[in-house]
Write a protein that binds this ligand. Structure first.
Ligand code: MRU
Length: 341
């Protein structure tokens, strides 16, 4: 049984260190917002909805620890924490969304004490909403999954990427809960292997059939008729594209070529439809994530590596976007307004 990815216990934020999985399932007890920022940067906590919760709890930690005597000093401390938390990862829109919700809640209070309470309550609300949202996404998405479906997924959009249940894997879990037989092909997801390490782990824990492939095997399996649909999560959905883990776009292109539906499962908090693809900053990671393997440099010294963490899939390759309020379908002219504040 996997505990919640991230949760609050009194004045402590407890999160699973996902860098240790699947070998060790260990939690970190964190009281320092800067430590939480480091955890986000190191992908100890990762996945868009979990980042929303982590950002929210980061600001809540700063609130709980504040020694400011007046609202001005208190809010300045929160804005400072919000700044370094927000700066950790630029692509997943949920991070800033969670941070801003807590800042706004604290900002409406009149005293430091009530602002602290408001900040913590709002962060708790974000965490609680996430489970309900994932369950609703799962219910809507399960209807799209035929009995016996062989689902391809990329990266990890599961319980570990949320507080629990998951978005893309929430769709799979809900389909299984509804009595369907579903098996998952998990792309390993180079270079940090969220598919091999995390998706395979959490599905196996739940007894859902899963196999792992290299990312480059996906097209071949589609050609052989071994994939019935693709279901992935998202880090940001603009008015023209879905941003998700690097490699997602090639699955969408291959799925279209083979006539396979390509679904995205994401909460409304991931929508950023005031922006278009060109306006989004795509995170670039440290070159060593590609250049170093098993502690040894495998790329010749001096050769540059390109390390985009995400790519953009144009909406015309997407068969449906599953949200907590239902499924958006092509031509996507009824896309939701962004709910970011
Ligand atoms: O770099 P990561 O591991 O944070 O990337 C995660 C993904 O790309 C997920 O697919 C996405 O955040 C959706 S999680 C429900």
């Amino acid at each position: 049984m996997i505990p919640r990815t991230i949760a609050r216990e009194g004045e402590v934020i407890v999160f699973i260190d996902q860098t240790l999985l699947p070998g060790r399932l260990e939690t970190v007890r964190c009281t320092d917002p800067e430590r939480l920022a480091t955890a986000i940067r190191r992908l100890e906590v990762r996945g868009a909805p979990a980042l929303g919760i982590a950002g929210a709890y980061g600001v809540a930690l700063a609130a709980m620890q504040s020694e400011a005597g007046d609202m001005e000093g208190f809010l300045a401390g929160l804005v400072d924490a919000a700044g370094y938390l927000r700066g950790t990862r630029p692509t997943a829109v949920n991070l800033g969304w969670g941070i801003d919700r807590v800042l706004a809640a604290a900002g409406t209070a009149e005293t430091v004490e009530s602002a602290k309470e408001a900040a913590v309550a709002e962060a708790d609300r974000i965490a609680a909403e996430d489970e309900a949202t994932c369950r609703a996404i799962g219910r809507h998405g399960a209807a799209l999954i035929p009995d016996g479906a062989r689902v391809l997924t990329h990266c990890n959009a599961g319980a570990l990427a949320c507080s629990t249940w998951g978005t893309a894997l929430g769709v799979v879990r809900s389909a299984v809960e509804a009595g369907k037989e579903v098996s998952v092909t998990a792309c390993e997801t180079r270079p940090l292997l969220q598919g091999a390490r995390l998706t395979a782990f959490e599905l196996a824990e739940d007894g859902i059939p899963v196999r792992v492939i290299t990312d480059s095997t996906a097209a071949f399996l589609m050609r052989r008729g071994e994939i019935d649909c693709v279901v992935v999560g998202a880090d940001r959905i603009t008015r023209d594209a879905v941003f998700n883990k690097i490699g997602t776009y090639m699955h969408a292109v291959c799925a279209r070529h083979h006539g396979i539906p390509f679904y995205v499962a994401a909460p409304l908090s991931t929508f950023d439809t005031v922006r278009s693809e060109a306006e989004v900053v795509i995170e670039e990671r440290d070159e060593d994530e590609i250049a170093v393997f098993n502690g040894r440099r495998i790329v010749r010294e001096g050769v540059r590596c390109t390390t985009y963490a995400f790519d953009a899939t144009p909406l015309d390759l997407v068969s449906g976007i599953v949200t907590e309020e239902g499924v958006f379908r092509p031509p996507f002219d009824l896309m939701p307004e962004p709910r970011n504040i």
